[in-house]
Design a protein around this ligand. Structure first.
Ligand code: G3P
Length: 478
């Protein structure tokens, strides 16, 4: 069937022998936009074999050559930003401009990764034995970083290109090979991105992309004995994977319920602008979105007014028009968000706008006077709905933040840097932003969550290190 996108294995585009496909529904039209192959378990086995043998040769390829190829693919990716962005618009309803930004950011990430890789992997350590008690200077220890092997990369729908590349580039520069399982919504964008690696001339089998149903190949991939590391970004599935996975390193970035703590002395215009950007960009479908506002009662009315005025100016519509608010990724996601809204309504939250939904399109909504008994106080809507909890002390805000099962990022707005530092220390999250909304980038900054928000740290440098292990050779002198 010529209409079904092929998967990529061993340097070739292939049709699955299953003769089955998976439909990708355009979130805006709610009609099938594309189809991808439903790969079988046997096909996954073959992919694992070729990834394993390709990795052995790649690890012996000089570091500068690996970097050169990565620079090449970065350029090709940027040259092809328009068609890839077009797929992002159709598959995940990302606003057109943001879709282009995602691809360009991915090219930059790959280049930076190549540069960082040649530096940090280009040096090792030299230790001598006589610094430890009881030893003479008879042992020299050389350390270097060696690749892990085959990396299974599983990115989420919200950045199918960028969060794929943020796993692929560190893996490759460090001498690993890749098996990519893209999200279904975003699979075609990912296949186009993989095509750029094909065009750049990476060795056969080094990067592979299998598509299919999670129910058929999900567990099969994550439990596969050929996998030496899993890098996953997404939701609860990550928790399930971490419980079942074998003795391999895991890099996980799961959900967040990023709190925005607003003190009495905060610049409320700055806060309102950051709440809009942090809470509503890509319709709130970011792990790092502002997901709960914890504002001191004395400035709450003023802040809510400012945010309301800005919400009224957000454009709502299709991603092709570059609307601020676009349809959420799926009908089930829209239904879930609606469930949170109705629960808040029933429990007495103040609706700053009328709740409105057409298909998967949900109008931006600010919910004031949210209380801890409402689901929206704790759960992650992954949509354009933002709760405001009024607090009477900073401690109350910190307590709410730390009582969450998530701990990705948080932010605090105040003009008092000393207070901000103390609050940052008290917030149990991977990152605290002072006077700005949470965000993963710039992409070389460390990025990590605690509790249910993840395992390990990402960001370019940390990902390169995480995808290697230390190898030592000890020279014993007579
Ligand atoms: O939701 C994915 C998470 O990684 C957010 O990234 O760049 O939107 O802060 P960013």
């Amino acid at each position: 069937d010529g209409d079904v996108y092929k998967y990529y294995a061993d340097g070739e585009w292939k049709k699955s022998s299953s003769n089955k496909s998976v439909a990708i529904i355009n979130p805006t039209t709610r009609k099938t936009e594309y189809k991808v192959q439903a790969c079988s378990q046997e096909e996954v086995n073959k992919v694992m074999d070729s990834a394993k043998s390709a990795q052995k040769l790649w690890a012996k390829t000089p570091l500068w050559k690996r970097a050169e190829l990565l620079h090449k693919v970065a350029a090709i990716l940027k040259e092809n930003k328009a068609p890839i962005a077009e797929c992002l618009v159709k598959e995940i309803a990302k606003p057109a401009k943001d879709a282009v930004t995602e691809v360009v950011r991915s090219g930059d990430l790959i280049s930076y990764c190549a540069e960082e890789g040649v530096r940090i992997l280009g040096e090792g350590k030299f230790l001598v034995s006589d610094s430890f008690p009881g030893n003479e200077r008879t042992k020299y220890c050389l350390t270097s970083k060696i690749p892990l092997g085959v990396i299974l990369a599983i990115p989420p729908f919200n950045y199918p290109v960028n969060l794929a590349v943020s796993k692929i580039a560190p893996a490759l520069i460090a001498g690993n090979s890749i098996v990519l399982k893209p999200p279904t919504q975003g699979a075609v964008s990912a296949l186009h991105m993989v095509h750029c690696f094909h065009l750049a001339g990476f060795p056969k089998g080094l990067i592979n992309c299998v598509t299919g149903k999670g129910s058929e190949i999900g567990d099969f991939l994550t439990l596969h004995p050929g996998v030496n590391c899993i890098s996953f970004t997404g939701g609860d599935t990550g928790i399930a994977i971490s419980k079942k996975a074998g003795m391999i390193p895991l890099q996980m970035e799961l959900g967040g319920k990023d709190a925005c703590i607003v003190l009495e002395d905060a610049d409320l215009d700055l806060v309102a602008a950051n709440i809009i950007k942090g809470g509503f960009s890509y319709s709130g479908q970011r792990c790092t979105a502002v997901k709960v506002i914890l504002v001191m009662e004395s400035v709450a009315d003023a802040l809510v007014e400012k945010v309301k005025a800005k919400v009224a100016k957000l454009s709502v519509g299709p991603p092709e028009n570059d609307s601020d608010i676009t349809p959420v990724v799926s009908e089930s996601s829209a239904n879930f968000i609606e469930g949170l809204v109705l629960d808040a309504k029933q429990k007495g939250a103040t609706f700053c706008q009328e709740y409105k939904r057409e298909g998967n399109l949900i109008w931006p909504l600010l919910l004031d006077n949210v209380r801890p008994d409402m689901r929206i106080a704790w759960e992650e809507p992954f949509g354009p709905v933002l709760p405001v909890i009024r607090i009477n002390s900073v401690e109350e805000g910190i307590h709410h933040c730390n009582a969450s099962n998530f701990g990705l990022q948080g932010c605090v707005f105040t003009k008092d840097i000393n207070k901000a530092m103390l609050i940052s220390d008290a917030m149990e999250t991977g990152t605290v932003q002072i006077n700005s909304a949470p965000a993963r980038g710039p992409d070389h900054f460390p990025f990590q969550g605690i509790r249910d928000s993840g395992i390990g740290s990402q960001g370019i440098t940390n990902s390169i290190n995480m995808m290697t292990k230390v190898k030592t050779t000890v020279i014993n002198l007579p």
